[in-house]
Design a protein around this ligand. Sequence first.
Ligand code: ADP
Ligand code: ZN
Ligand code: ZN
Length: 711
Amino acid sequence: MTHCLSVLVQTPAHSQMAGALSYRSALPLPAGTLVRVPLGKREILGVVWDAPDVAGQDIAPDKLRSMVGPLDGLEPLTPAWRELITFTASYYQRAVGEVALAALPPQLRELSTVQLARRLKRHAKAAVAPNVAGTSASDQAVLTPEQMLALQRFEAEPGPFLLFGATGSGKTEVYLRCVQRLLASEPQAQAMVMVPEINLTPQLEARFMARFNPLFGEQAVVSLHSGMSAAQRLKSWLAAHSGAARIVLGTRMAVFASLPRLRLIIVDEEHDPSYKSGEGARYSARDLAVYRGRLEGAKVLLGSATPSLESWHHSRPVQEGGRYLRLEMPSRIGAAATLPLVRRVDMNHQPKRCVIAPPLLAAIAQRVACGEQSLIFLNRRGYAPVLHCSDCDWKSECPHCSAYRVFHKIDRTLRCHHCGYTERVPRTCPACGNPDITAMGRGTERLEEHLAELLADVRRPNSVSEQWPQGEPVRIARIDADSTRLKGELTVQLARVHSGEVDVLVGTQMIAKGHDFRRITLVAAINADSALFSSDFRAPERLFSLLMQATGRAGRDADVSGHSEMWLQTFHPQHPLFEALKRHDYPAFAAGQLAERLQAALPPFSFQALVRAEARTQVIAQGFLSAASAGATGMADGAALLQHISLYPAVPMSMQRVANVERAQMLIESPSRAALQRFLTAWQVVLHATRLQAEGKGLLRWAIDVDPLLI
Ligand code: ADP
Ligand code: ZN
Ligand code: ZN
């Protein structure tokens, strides 16, 4: 007997071929089975999506093409996994096939059945668990009362939980214990631990492996992130899918890992914007984690020192409508207990054009002289953001983008940070020939150079060698996207900081996040005002969390914690954001922000989506959006669907042109998430149709971003 299978395959973004395809099969393969199917002349990977014979009943099986065969040796994907995919596709307005196939490791698509069989065999050999005795609890730290209480409540309540814990309060230890207790009570269970940037947190991986590999073997902890090779990713994925891996540690993509016995999901630094995907389905892995937890009956624990305002709002008291349970750990561990003193330098009272205020410079010099480390951060890489000719006013604009090319002195290039367009720095002004073109503003490269000049006479104490009888000169290092372009470079540079080979570290926000620097006693933000007056309503939230994170880098080691400081250079020292920061008072900051958001009916008090369009010209891009907006009223049920929806006019994006492509966007807002969802689902059809009619449609692209983070 032949069966009819409905199979999901990867569909191109604008094909509208969103549903599953039907194939003939001699076997009644269950839903979730991975199969190879023919499409056109190719043979591709697909996932059986419905129970056999459910879909496509109206087509006689003999009219269908035969599927090639299932991928042997792999259990079908679980109903919960399929439901997660279906939900993601529908919520983020993408094709199910696209979401499902993107959620699988790329090598599953590429390997032949024979190759895959070989991998599985190797995998099965490796998966034989060792017979190790459990580590005794005595070699672990005794939990603090705050950690204990958090754990108790975690065990007693269903969640989801928001662990609101200061930097250094021992959140990671709580994550480890949650996993440990889970596995002690249910050895076959699986846990997922998500981090925003796995390359920045090798320490976390090491901590999990140290704790769990001795108990559960080599495969107990596997990673999933985009920095891994395709072969490594497949290996991790197989270990998770087969149940051999107990813990999957990963970045946002890990939220889709196949974990048949998932019982616990932890999202560390849950506020971090990198949980939101910027391409394909623009999903939020944090939000999907909460959804997945409910779907699979897995507990969800979100953790942060500066939660997203959404999660903070959700964790208000139950009586006020809260849905998450807030667990608080306000104290830093042990002797590192004092949080750094936050000092604001009023730049209105400093010498004109000074980059580093004299008192800050003196403080840095003093730390160097004591053999302590300082971390100076500035959120702009390169030497200077613009080159400028004072004769004719030429500036180093990118010919392809609405942005300036950044001057990089190290290799004497002008580089566009948006499209990558790079040229040698001209010797003279390209417009008027003036040989005297100057660098305007300042990036990390220039800051590093400047600090070297300012600290040239400062000596660090320890080695009294013959070469340096007065002490060694100060050692300055820089860590940013430029200095760490090569693979492995970041790890090397971080190791140098850890081992004390660096006195002053200059860098971008890359170094403000998460790193467990031990001997840093001074952190300084050179331009703390950068995001205070942005048009993006989320800018203050990001700034506050970044500065709090940076503050958390200081004084983590017991013997240096007492006198650690965070310096802020600002022209607005009285700004409430800095007042709250000075008191390390996230709740006060959050309360202020939420009050403003409530007043302005912004998220989390309303729901938003953006449609972005890209085209050759702004006219085409905005014209498309306006036409689609007008088309919304013409939809069947249009009036009802639009009832709680505000459609804003099409506007250019703040980065209007990138690589010669013009970009525009339109905001859609609603007080009701459900209303917004209903509208978007219906409106998709209009968007597709409008594009087909649009002028220059070949180059016209559009995408919906639900719950956008950058407006
Ligand atoms: P967070 O993740 O909140 O920043 P960590 O979990 O990294 O904090 O903990 C900070 C430091 O305190 C780490 O070095 C960790 O090993 C240590 N630590 C955590 N819990 C305890 C404890 N109960 N007793 C002693 N040290 C602890
Ligand atoms: Zn000129
Ligand atoms: Zn460019």
